[in-house]
Design a binder for this molecule. Structure first.
Ligand SMILES: NC(=O)C1=CN([C@@H]2O[C@H](COP(=O)(O)OP(=O)(O)OC[C@H]3O[C@@H](n4cnc5c(N)ncnc54)[C@H](OP(=O)(O)O)[C@@H]3O)[C@@H](O)[C@H]2O)C=CC1
Ligand SMILES: O=C(O)C1=N[C@H](C(=O)O)C[C@H](O)C1
Length: 270
């Protein structure tokens, strides 16, 4: 049976790519597309938004009114919107592919709670490459983490509203977990003025926002005399969109639980 997907935030940078990715994929179809209430895009054709020509699916604002048209929601919006979508999924027995970044601790807790009732993939980055990098970082941290200085540098386009990126934070979390550290204690998110010397256990974050950069992440493991750099560069948002569609197909057989892209890609036993 064809899996029916709904895209919320359909007019956004990721929303438009997701419409294209769903249309190009096998075994899935676009059931519905949504924008937030009052958006000027309500009533527009989803295919036309994505540059594909008319698909006959009008962008809607009321998820409840269209709920029989889809099985899984793909959400790359903003935390406040995603928290509403999560409530809808729990109340209406819908599954969720969540790509939004920038949640606070309460938001993350709400996602965990919702996953006791429905199935959710929540990933800061849906590209295969970044998820492989998470595993490479664990290996590098095991070998060099205890004695090297660890710095995470990320660059994104000028429109991005959260910092550091969700991916940079996930990279930090993978490293911190491997080393028995905690980002709340060891994460250094800004430096200005007389900062004092770097602590051995710091995990530093640096952010660049410029022009049309899709997404670039580099982690340094720096020792005196040598430095390992592990980098990923995304050159098209299609890598995230294709990953989200892949995750939706994988989630179709799950009933409840919180998963991430390393589960989808079966990378946890590498
Ligand atoms: N996990 C991953 O692999 C990736 C994650 N992201 C994340 O996805 C999110 C979106 O990124 P991007 O597409 O660039 O952003 P955009 O601003 O281009 O798109 C966001 C979309 O969500 C809509 N939206 C905003 N607030 C709400 C709300 N409260 N309720 C419903 N819809 C809302 C926007 O509508 P409007 O225009 O009216 O505000 C817009 O259509 C970000 O958090 C980003 O970090 C991005 C790429 C990859
Ligand atoms: O906002 C973006 O564009 C991206 N956001 C994600 C993040 O915060 O890590 C993923 C990707 O890097 C693009």
């Amino acid at each position: 049976m064809t899996l029916k997907l709904a895209i919320v935030g359909a007019g956004g940078r990721m929303g438009r790519q997701l419409i294209q990715a769903v249309q190009a994929a096998e075994g899935v179809e676009l059931g519905a597309a949504f924008e937030r209430k009052g958006s000027s895009l309500i009533g527009a054709d989803a295919g036309e938004l994505a540059g594909l020509g008319e698909l006959g699916i009008k962008v809607a604002e009321d998820l409840t009114a269209e709920k029989d048209k889809f099985d899984i929601i793909i959400d790359f919006t903003r935390p406040e919107g995603s928290l509403e979508h999560i409530k809808f999924c729990v109340a209406n027995n819908k599954k969720l592919i969540l790509g939004t970044t920038g949640f606070d601790d309460a938001g993350k807790q709400a996602i965990g709670k919702a996953a006791e009732k429905t199935a959710i993939v929540f990933a800061s980055n849906y590209s295969v490459g970044v998820n492989l990098v998470f595993k490479l970082l664990e290996k590098a941290a095991k070998v060099m983490g205890d004695y090297s200085d660890i710095e995470i540098i990320e660059a994104h386009h000028r429109h991005k509203v959260d910092a550091p990126s969700g991916t940079a934070l996930s990279m930090g979390e993978h490293i911190a977990k491997t080393l028995g550290r905690d980002l709340k204690v060891n994460g250094v998110f800004s430096r200005e003025g007389i900062t004092g010397e770097r602590k051995r256990t710091d995990i530093g974050f640096s952010t660049i926002r410029a022009a049309d950069v899709v997404g670039e992440h580099t982690v340094w493991f720096a020792d005196i005399g040598e430095r390992v750099e592990i980098s990923h560069k995304a050159s098209s948002r299609m890598t995230f969109a294709n990953g989200a569609v892949r995750a939706a197909k994988w989630l179709a057989n799950k009933q409840i639980g919180l998963f991430d892209m390393t589960d989808v890609l079966d990378l946890n036993n590498l």
